[in-house]
Design a protein around this ligand. Structure first.
Ligand SMILES: O=C(O)CCC(=O)C(=O)O
Length: 286
């Protein structure tokens, strides 16, 4: 497996990431990494963690499957996290000195799934706080622009935190009761109606091939992926990376996903730099 990306990241790509909070990075992962992740995803879907959820199952049996933090049980994910160019890519884009791994999340839509991810932000609801948070969104199959995750460029720099869609409501399997998250203490500011006029928000998304990835600041407003054409599936592997200014934060309400219990078990407390074997340091600038 090649730990170096097939090409260097350009200074223009870094500038775009910094300015827009999102950048398309074509051809940054050799296909052997994609094959490895696909193998891992098959194992993950066969044997999901207790955190996994089906967010949608429609009358035709089409599903949207989500799982998170599965890397400790899936060797292929672990190898990708520690040996692929992903951590270095995040470090270069964020101009960070050190990069810790936060967690993996997969979004698997069966062919023709009509489920669209609601518009939302990530970092304001995580158990960490910081500007230097980066997600790498990697489709393991080709995806058309209109089905790929979409972003509102520049929204990572807004002061506003928008009321989060309650993903706990998305569950046809009766697990909703344990998933409910109360966001009322965080904000009552609702997101604007982006779908009503995506152009006026400058919404971007791209046609992508396996090996391409989109990097985005986890404060950016993103969503809208899905609504697949008949016979087309979408298998996405994401990793979340933490840069220099990120610290542990336990919010009074609204953490989604809530890592506070496992962080406490690992001796981490609010204000600490994420670390331990749960959030390993994977890359440092030399
Ligand atoms: O791929 C998707 O539909 C959602 C991805 C997402 O929201 C995320 O990675 O934060």
């Amino acid at each position: 497996m090649n730990s170096d990306a097939p090409r260097p990241i350009t200074s223009k790509e870094i500038a775009t990431y910094q300015h827009d909070g999102v950048v398309l990075l074509p051809g940054l992962f050799d296909l052997e990494w994609i094959d490895l992740l696909d193998k891992g995803l098959i194992a993950n879907c066969k044997d999901p963690t207790e955190r996994s959820r089906v967010w949608d199952r429609d009358v035709e049996g089409r599903t949207m499957f989500w799982d998170s933090q599965a890397w400790q049980g899936i060797d292929e994910y672990r190898q990708f996290i520690f040996e692929s160019p992903a951590a270095q890519i995040a470090g270069q884009l964020m101009k960070s000195t050190h990069i810790n791994f936060y967690f993996d999340a997969v979004f698997v839509r069966s062919p023709g799934s009509q489920f669209a991810t609601p518009w939302h932000q990530d970092e304001p609801y995580w158990s960490v706080e910081g500007y230097d948070t980066c997600t790498l969104w990697m489709p393991l199959v080709p995806v058309k622009r209109e089905n790929a995750l979409a972003y509102v460029p520049g929204s990572h720099r807004l002061d506003s935190v928008f009321y989060q869609y309650n993903f706990g409501d998305l569950n046809p399997d009766g697990k909703t009761a344990v998933d409910q998250v109360d966001f009322s203490g965080i904000t009552e500011t609702t997101l604007p109606d982006i779908d009503a006029d995506p152009e006026s928000f400058g919404v971007v998304s791209w046609d992508m091939q396996p090996g391409d990835c989109v990097a985005f600041n986890s404060r950016i407003i993103h969503g809208g992926s899905g609504k697949l054409h008949k016979g087309t599936d979408l298998r996405v592997f994401t990793t979340k990376w933490l840069g220099d200014d990120v610290r542990i934060k336990f919010r009074d309400c609204g953490m989604d996903p809530d890592h506070s219990a496992v962080m406490t078990e690992h001796g981490l407390k609010p204000g600490d730099r994420p670390g331990t074997d749960l959030y390993p340091r994977v890359w440092s600038r030399t």
